[in-house]
Design a protein around this ligand. Structure first.
Ligand code: MG
Length: 259
């Protein structure tokens, strides 16, 4: 099931995305599916009339995972960490499909990073690997936008990853997905720049959620970014980046500079 959050010009609404790629429509549901059972309202919404929003606004946190694909570790230089490397992204960085990513004046080197994102369904802590599926609401595409120059300069990654608009999510949440072998492709202005597979993750989704939950209490709507494959690179004013994950869909965002 694909769950979208969207607006027709007023308050955000949730719905189930129906139909084939390129011919989708939305069956509206009542309330927020993270907190109540799914009940259809009977309203049918054309995708052309709806503006998709970030499918979830994390209530408390986005947890990023760094260096989780060996080919990306190699391109960055250095070694893969023994344990998953975690960082935090503020929920104010989250934007939705089609929303502009604003290039900050503090950076001259902003990179895209196409990633699979995991959305947590319930409050949980110390989740064993074999029970992780019980705490996952679904999956969406993410772009873990990174100011690479500030990442190098700061050591800590809060600024480099945390600017407003640096965490596009979408286009919707797929609730039923085997994440073991999904192609993950990033395009910059239509040209493929990352072409990876989730099979190449060093730590798989279950291991990551278990590991993260050993540190943090996870809350409904928290998001875990699972790392990026090789091929990261710069994006400049006026370019568009698409992240397409097999079984989910395509997240597309323009990048702009306002100053
Ligand atoms: Mg990343």
């Amino acid at each position: 099931m694909r769950i979208a959050r969207y607006t027709l010009g007023e308050d955000p609404t949730y719905g189930i995305v129906q139909g084939d790629p390129g011919d989708e429509w939305i069956a509206e549901i009542q309330g927020d599916p993270l907190y109540q059972p799914i009940v259809l309202t009977g309203n049918r919404v054309s995708m052309a009339d709806a503006r998709l929003l970030a499918p979830v606004i994390p209530r408390s946190k986005v947890i990023g995972i760094g260096k989780n694909y060996a080919d990306h570790v190699a391109e960055m230089g250095g070694e893969a960490p023994q344990e998953p490397l975690m960082f935090l992204v503020p929920n104010t960085a989250v934007v939705g499909p089609g929303d502009p990513v604003v290039l900050p004046r503090q950076s001259n080197e902003v990179h895209y990073e196409g990633e699979l994102a995991v959305v947590i369904s319930r409050m949980c802590k110390d989740v064993p690997v074999e029970r992780v599926r019980d705490v996952i609401f679904g999956y969406t595409c993410a772009n873990d936008v990174t100011a690479r120059d500030l990442q190098r300069a700061d050591g800590q990654w809060a600024r480099a990853k945390g600017f407003d608009s640096f965490c596009p999510l979408g286009p919707w949440i797929e609730t039923d997905l085997d994440t073991g072998h999904l192609s993950i492709v990033t395009r910059r202005d239509g040209k493929v720049v990352q072409d990876g597979t989730t099979a190449d993750m060093i730590h798989d989704v279950a291991s990551l959620v278990a590991h993260v939950s050993a540190t943090f209490t996870l809350l409904p709507g928290d998001v875990i970014l699972t790392g990026t494959p090789a091929g990261v690179g710069p994006v400049v004013d006026g370019q568009r980046v698409e992240v397409e994950i097999e079984g989910i869909g395509t997240l597309s965002n323009p990048f702009i500079r306002r100053d």
